[in-house]
Ligand binder design. Structure first.
Ligand code: 1PR
Length: 557
């Protein structure tokens, strides 16, 4: 029908465009995929979702003969939305790939953040941040103005368009975001729009921006407001609430779903107690629900990220019967916040003798809707090799990071405490626990079943050097204990790397989250058991964060 918008998506195959496709389907959009240059020339609206590295994106555009048609389309001021790299490639070039020029439709270079964790500013910049709109921005139009929280969008990048470039942008509307320094987060000149953040992963605020782009020019047929996540109810006038709504990067709350087959062969969400997922009496695998249903509930409750961990994949073939592929495909249809998938991402050969590299496995997950992949055991092996012989470009971390970008690679750490009498009893990095005991943290593989001769600091520093973009820091000792996070472990890791850290294991009540953020300044905190057992909701945690004055994303309000 006439009012049904038609849009062409320029997919160059290096990232997760499934969530963009799913977002477009929400608005009853007619989607075309650009396969030839004429598909671009004939587009009525064009979206360029860019994930991965600048060089890979530009090389792909050249290889497919898209550059001339794309430049012509934009120079003719036709409806265009660039996302993340789709913004960067509009400029002259990027420090990320210095030898490869961009489209040079706007003056200036994209540069790496000049901040680091010593200022409490991890790079990549991952998470939910606000935008400071400097001039009218139809893209951000809201249906009603009663909203109380600033819109927050999901950013995941290490390179940005800084103030040096902003000053040379004429007759262009801009919005900026600050991560230690202000940088360009929305550009709009005529019908050319581009965002540094991922609107397709930014919940209701992001879906609203996509809708505004689709219906720009015929607002009369604009579809309804996108799905609203539940919001916490707290008097907005309270000093704490107004502080928590301040601009800047919010602390992320991640819901984690440990997934495995139970003894009847059904894929269930389970939960370990110090990594033991079987009930003490019945020995049955704990069954706390179905993966897609729980993920949807957590999205609606306001989770900032969903993490699936396929916890027995080290045994069989991680992608053999592809159960997790289907979980991702179904989840990404209705969950519009970042999805991380871990478990079994490594080189392997299936029962027919077909070889899959870790990059092949990761690519299957990205195509199915994952935004990040998490490496556990394989990251330990990669770190052990790195400590022995340095980096040689062959590790799974290096190979996935090169193609999809550091921000797409998470290293999941499964440490167990090893107690010693004195700090001098071991060469590994030790801490003193609140009860006075001294321990170091041994890395394990195979779901905690095998201890390795490497400690957590060695693993996370090697992982960062190999190109990982984030650390998921579990604790076997605290897993499922509900008495709080291992603050000594988390603080030690936070200080050891400059990439974001997600604290995991042990949350029992909302106060444990703010205790962790206050004591360690990590970017995110993860929980599983209290959410699955409905002892605490994500809304409860965010309400407490608001009252505590911790910067938090309140979605949809
Ligand atoms: O080694 O690359 O195949 O990855 C395996 C992945 O599965 C790793 O990320 C590893 O952490 C995870 N895993 C393996 N076995 C288990 C187990 O529980 N038996 N899950 C497991 C580890 C960590 C969190 C957990 C938090 C929060 N679970 O998922 O939920 O501790 O729980 P809580 O809030 O209830 O305390 P590879």
């Amino acid at each position: 029908c006439a009012s049904r918008p038609s849009v062409t998506v320029l997919d160059y195959g290096a990232g997760n465009v499934r969530s963009l496709e799913n977002a477009l389907r929400l608005f009853d959009c007619h989607i075309r995929w650009a396969n030839t240059a004429s598909d671009i020339s004939n587009a009525s609206k064009l979206i360029f979702p860019g994930v991965g590295s600048f060089g890979a994106a530009m090389e792909n555009l050249h290889d497919r003969g898209f550059v001339t048609a794309l430049k012509r389309y934009i120079q003719d001021d036709r409806p265009f939305l660039g996302i993340c790299l789709g913004l960067h490639t509009l400029f002259e070039g990027s420090e990320e790939s210095p030898q490869i020029p961009g489209l040079a439709l706007f003056p200036g270079m994209v540069r790496r953040f000049s901040v680091d964790h010593t200022q409490g500013l991890a790079v990549p910049h991952i998470g939910w941040n606000t935008v400071d709109v400097q001039s009218p921005m139809p893209l951000l139009q809201r249906d009603s103005n009663h909203h109380s929280s600033p819109s927050r969008f999901y950013f995941v990048h290490s390179y940005r368009i800084g103030t040096d470039v902003l000053q040379s942008l004429h007759n262009t509307n801009v919005a900026t975001t600050t991560h230690g320094e202000p940088y360009l987060s929305i550009l709009q000149r005529g019908q050319i729009c581009a965002t540094q953040f991922h609107p397709e992963k930014s919940g209701p605020d992001g879906l609203r921006l996509i809708r505004n782009f689709l219906y720009s020019g015929n607002p009369s047929s604009k579809s309804t407001e996108p799905t609203r996540s539940s919001t916490v109810t707290i008097p907005l006038s309270s000093p704490a609430a107004s502080k928590a709504r301040q601009s800047g990067l919010a602390k992320r709350i991640v819901a984690c779903l440990d997934v495995r087959e139970n003894d009847d062969g059904d894929l269930v969400v389970t939960k370990g107690d110090q990594y033991d997922v079987r009930h003490t009496d019945s020995k049955q695998v704990r069954n706390l629900g179905k993966p897609v249903e729980l993920a949807k509930r957590y999205f609606e409750e306001g989770a900032d990220e969903i993490c699936f961990l396929n916890i027995t994949s080290f045994r069989g073939e991680p992608v053999g019967s592809a159960p997790m592929i289907q979980v991702l495909e179904h989840t990404s249809k209705e969950v519009f916040v970042p999805l991380c998938i871990g478990g079994g991402i490594r080189d392997y050969t299936d029962r027919n003798g077909t070889h899959y590299s870790a990059l092949d496995v990761a690519s299957m997950y990205f195509r199915a809707g994952a935004d990040k992949v998490s490496l556990g055991s394989d990251a330990v092996y990669a770190a052990e090799r790195f400590l022995k012989q340095g980096a040689d470009g062959t590790s799974s971390i290096e190979r996935i990071s090169y193609v999809y970008g550091a921000q797409a690679v998470v290293v999941s750490v499964d440490p167990q405490r090893v107690y010693v009498e004195n700090h001098s009893d071991t060469p590994f990095t030790t801490v003193t626990l609140p009860d006075g005991r001294v321990c170091w943290y041994q890395c394990t593989v195979k779901g905690g079943r095998e201890g390795r001769n490497i400690d957590v600091v060695q693993l996370v520093t090697a992982a960062e050097k190999l190109g990982a973009g984030e650390i998921l820091l579990n604790s076997m000792d605290q897993d499922g204990q509900n008495n709080g996070y291992d603050l000594q472990l988390i603080d030690m890791v936070r200080k050891a790397v400059s990439i974001p850290v997600i604290a995991s294991s042990g949350a029992g009540k909302p106060q444990h989250f703010t205790e962790c953020f206050d004591a360690t300044d990590v970017e995110a905190a993860l929980a599983a058991g209290i959410f699955h057992r409905k002892e605490v909701s994500i809304g409860d945690v965010k309400q407490h964060m608001l009252e505590h004055g911790t910067v938090v994303r309140i979605s949809g309000s």
